[in-house]
Structure formats: structure tokens, C-alpha cells
Design a protein around this ligand. Structure first.
Ligand code: PHE
Length: 452
């Protein structure tokens, strides 16, 4: 394919919001708040921030740089940059990881569609745990919602980079910010919410153990979407005059800020309502926090029906912009490597993810007996992508940049050919973090994960 004909993002803001849209998702809205609560509040946030700055940010910058330098899909990018063709396997890894993440992500995306529909019907009072469990384990309804979610994702992608991804992300990210701030304000103005704020921000160092550190690392990878080719793919649509380091920093800050605000939107509300009933706040409910605990919170809160609509709309928008980045990674790969049209590529991606998504959805019910390595299909995809493919992809990526790519080429890309005034010490620091610190940290954490 002729690179000059390749579509690009149209503006600096477009790049930023599309990338932030890919990063901000279900990971920020339910996983982060719940992990913070479980692992010692502010202490966990501190560890998380250290990982974001010293490990994930350099990886994010590197993945972005590889995409921008080659202007190719994840597979083509590594093939173009390496003399040894084995390195292009990293690209295969990345594309596979993106498909795997999307396969279970679209199921939760489907749940969000369903809950938005129910909240629009002001049906919150019925949405208790047995409703949720009954819904996700049934065979037809969650499958249909999963397909609707994938259909919406594919619908945006058919429109292309500027008209689809960029335009959608620009509008939706702004809506997203307004909504989450509104919900956060509602949450902290509930009587009794201050306990929740304390829980969230006053560090309890005792709650911070080795496992919490591992969880902070996993969460930072997942939340910033690194190691599965989505950042690389978006990077390949970025113009040569964009400052990679500055925009990566902004994306990381945006993602982290959003996670914090989501925490403020959720946790204090859960505390406030629990205290109203003299009950203990059920903060550690994982996925149930959003789909079981929160509906009961909305039921009790003044203007709760309205807040529920806002919340599930926010959740859906966040999930879709992430799903878009995942599907686009596969779609670009198909367009450039299989030489198919965008429309056809989207259909193929939709078909493959639908089949996998249906299996993941059914594994909550009729197929719950089917085990892969001791886990149901949904959990298997979840673990496989986060713990193996994304972390493995991240490791291979840093090994590639640090040990196969020429340092001058890397620095040249980050500094836009030494024209963007990024100081040399900063460029070298990033390079050495990628070359030494990142691989060692990933291996140590992976081993610890394995042993613990
Ligand atoms: N970062 C997204 C989230 O927080 C998930 C994601 C992972 C998206 C990997 C793309 C790639 O929900």
C-alpha cells in the first residue's frame, strides 16, 4: 500500500482525544476504583503513579514512536524496522492481543448497553444481583447486546480515521468529561460521602502488599492500553510534526485523572448510601461494583434515576472508544497485509470478534462448564490478554527498541529529527528506561505473578 495515501488524524486535539479515548475505558471506570479501595487507597495510587511514569510512559512513547516512524500496521511496522524477520512476530502478538481483549471487552460493553437501556426505562430498582446474574448467564439477550456493541464499534470504523475515529472521539471524550464530573459532584455532595473520600485518598500503608504492587502494575498496563498494538496503530496516523513525548504525557495524565475522578464518582456514593442504612460499604465487588452495587446506590440517591442514565452512558462511551482502538488495530492489519477494503476488513473483524464474543458471553451461562486451563472462556481471554499477550507484547516491544532498533533512529523519531527542542538528557533517560529498567521490571513482576 502506498503510504502517501494513508489517512491521518487531522489535528493535534484529534490525536490526543482519540488516544485518550483508546486508553480511557472500563479499566478506569470500574477496575481502578475497586483496586484502589481494595489495596490501601492513596498508597496504591502512589505505586500506580510510579509505574505509570517510569515504566508505562516510556513504553507508551516507544509504541507510539514505532507506529509514527513506520506509518504501518502493527505487523508491518516491525517487519519494516527490523532486519531479522522474526521480530515481525511481535506484530502478530499485538494483533492477536487486540482481538483477544476485544473478545471479552465487547461482552462487558454489551452489558453497558443493556444497563443504559434499563436506566432509560428508569428500571434501576429491579437491577439487583440476581437480575445481573440472571441476565449475564442467559443465552440470547447478552449475546444480542454484545453484537449491538460490536456493531456500533464497527459502524464508526467504517467511516475511516478522520470522519470516524477522530470525529467520534472528539465529541464523545468531551461528553465523557462533562458527565463524569457531574456524577462526581453528585457523589461527593451526598451526606456521608466524606468517609469514602478518606478511604480513597488517605493512605493505609498496611494494606499495601506484594500482591497490591502486582495489581498496580497490571492495571497501569491495561489502563494505558500498552503492549497490544493500539497505540502503535494510532501512532501510525499521526503527522511527523507532532511531539510524541508531549502527547504521550498528556494521554497518560488524562487517563490517570479520569481514573481518579471515576473513583470519586463511585466510591463516596457507595459509602454514603451504605452509611445511610448502617451497612458496610461493598467496595470490593469487582465487576459487580458497577452492575450490582451502583444500581442500588442510584436507587437511593436523590435524582438517582437521572444519574444512572448519565453513568451508564458514560460507561458505554468509554467502552466504545476503547473498543474502537482495539478493532482498528486488526482492521488496519487486514487492510495493509491482506489488501482488503476498509469495509470488508471491518466486516471480517466484526465476524471474528462476534464468534469469540459469543463464546465469552455464553461462558457465563450454558458454557460455564467448558474450561480452558481451569478457567471459563471469559476469564481465560481476560487473563490471556492482560497477563500473557499484553505483558509479553510490552516486553518484546521494549526488547526490540532497546536491543534491535538503532538508538539514533529512536531518538530521531522522538525529537522529530532534532527539531522539537526536547533536551537530550530526557531522550537518553527514556531510552535507558526502555532498554534496561522496563524489561527487568516486567520479567520480575511476571515471575512474581507466577510464583505468588
Ligand atoms: N485501556 C482500556 C481501558 O482502560 C482497555 C484497553 C486495553 C484498550 C488494551 C485497548 C487496548 O478500559
Amino acid at each position: 500500500m502506498d503510504n502517501t495515501k494513508r489517512e491521518h488524524f487531522g489535528s493535534h486535539l484529534g490525536v490526543l482525544l482519540a488516544m485518550a479515548g483508546g486508553a480511557i475505558g472500563l479499566g478506569n471506570m470500574w477496575r481502578f476504583p475497586y483496586l484502589v479501595g481494595k489495596n490501601g487507597g492513596a498508597a496504591f495510587i502512589l505505586v500506580y503513579l510510579i509505574f505509570v511514569v517510569f515504566l508505562c510512559l516510556p513504553i507508551l512513547i516507544s509504541e507510539y514512536a514505532i507506529g509514527r516512524r513506520t506509518q504501518k500496521n502493527a505487523f508491518g511496522a516491525f517487519r519494516a524496522l527490523s532486519k531479522n524477520k522474526n521480530w515481525s512476530l511481535i506484530g502478530v502478538f499485538a494483533v492477536l492481543a487486540a482481538v483477544c481483549v476485544l473478545s471479552f471487552y465487547c461482552v462487558v460493553g454489551g452489558w453497558s448497553v443493556k444497563y443504559l437501556v434499563e436506566s432509560l426505562k428508569f428500571n434501576m430498582p429491579q437491577l439487583d444481583s440476581s437480575y445481573f446474574n440472571g441476565f449475564i448467564s442467559s443465552s440470547i439477550s447478552p449475546v444480542i447486546y454484545t453484537l449491538i456493541f460490536l456493531g456500533m464499534t464497527g459502524g464508526v470504523l467504517v467511516l475511516g480515521i478522520q470522519n470516524g475515529i477522530e470525529r467520534f472521539s472528539k465529541v464523545m471524550m468531551l461528553v465523557l468529561c462533562v458527565l463524569i464530573v457531574l456524577i462526581a459532584v453528585r457523589s461527593v455532595t451526598l451526606p456521608g460521602s466524606s468517609e469514602g473520600i478518606k478511604y480513597l485518598f488517605v493512605p493505609d500503608l498496611n494494606a499495601l502488599d506484594g500482591k497490591a504492587v502486582l495489581e498496580a502494575l497490571g492495571q497501569s498496563f491495561f489502563s494505558l492500553s500498552i503492549g497490544c498494538g493500539t497505540v502503535l496503530t494510532y501512532g501510525s496516523y499521526v503527522n511527523k510534526n507532532e511531539n510524541i513525548i508531549a502527547s504521550s504525557l498528556k494521554v497518560a495524565m488524562f487517563d490517570t485523572a479520569f481514573a481518579m475522578i471515576a473513583g470519586v464518582a463511585i466510591i463516596p456514593a457507595v459509602f454514603a448510601i451504605a452509611y445511610m442504612h448502617g451497612a458496610t460499604p461493598e467496595i470490593g465487588a469487582g465487576p459487580g461494583l458497577v452492575f450490582i452495587t451502583l444500581p442500588s446506590v442510584f436507587n437511593e440517591m436523590p435524582m438517582g434515576g437521572f444519574v444512572a442514565v448519565l453513568f451508564f452512558a458514560t460507561l458505554l462511551i468509554a467502552a466504545i472508544t476503547s473498543a474502537i482502538s482495539l478493532m482498528e488495530t486488526f482492521v488496519t492489519y487486514e487492510i495493509e497485509e491482506w489488501k482488503v477494503s476498509r469495509k470488508k476488513a471491518v466486516w471480517i473483524a466484526f465476524a471474528i470478534c462476534s464468534v469469540l464474543g459469543i463464546f465469552c458471553s455464553l461462558s457465563q451461562g450454558v458454557l460455564s462448564g467448558v474450561k480452558l486451563f481451569g478457567q471459563n472462556i471469559f476469564d481465560f481471554f481476560d487473563k490471556l490478554s492482560a497477563n500473557v499477550l499484553m505483558t509479553g507484547g510490552g516486553l518484546l516491544l521494549v526488547l526490540f527498541v532497546g536491543w534491535s532498533m538503532k538508538k539514533e533512529d529512536y531518538i530521531d523519531e522522538l525529537s522529530n529529527g532534532h527539531t522539537n527542542n526536547v533536551p537530550l538528557w530526557l531522550l537518553s533517560t527514556i531510552y535507558y528506561l526502555v532498554k534496561f529498567v522496563a524489561p527487568v521490571t516486567i520479567v520480575v513482576v511476571a515471575l512474581a505473578n507466577f510464583i505468588l
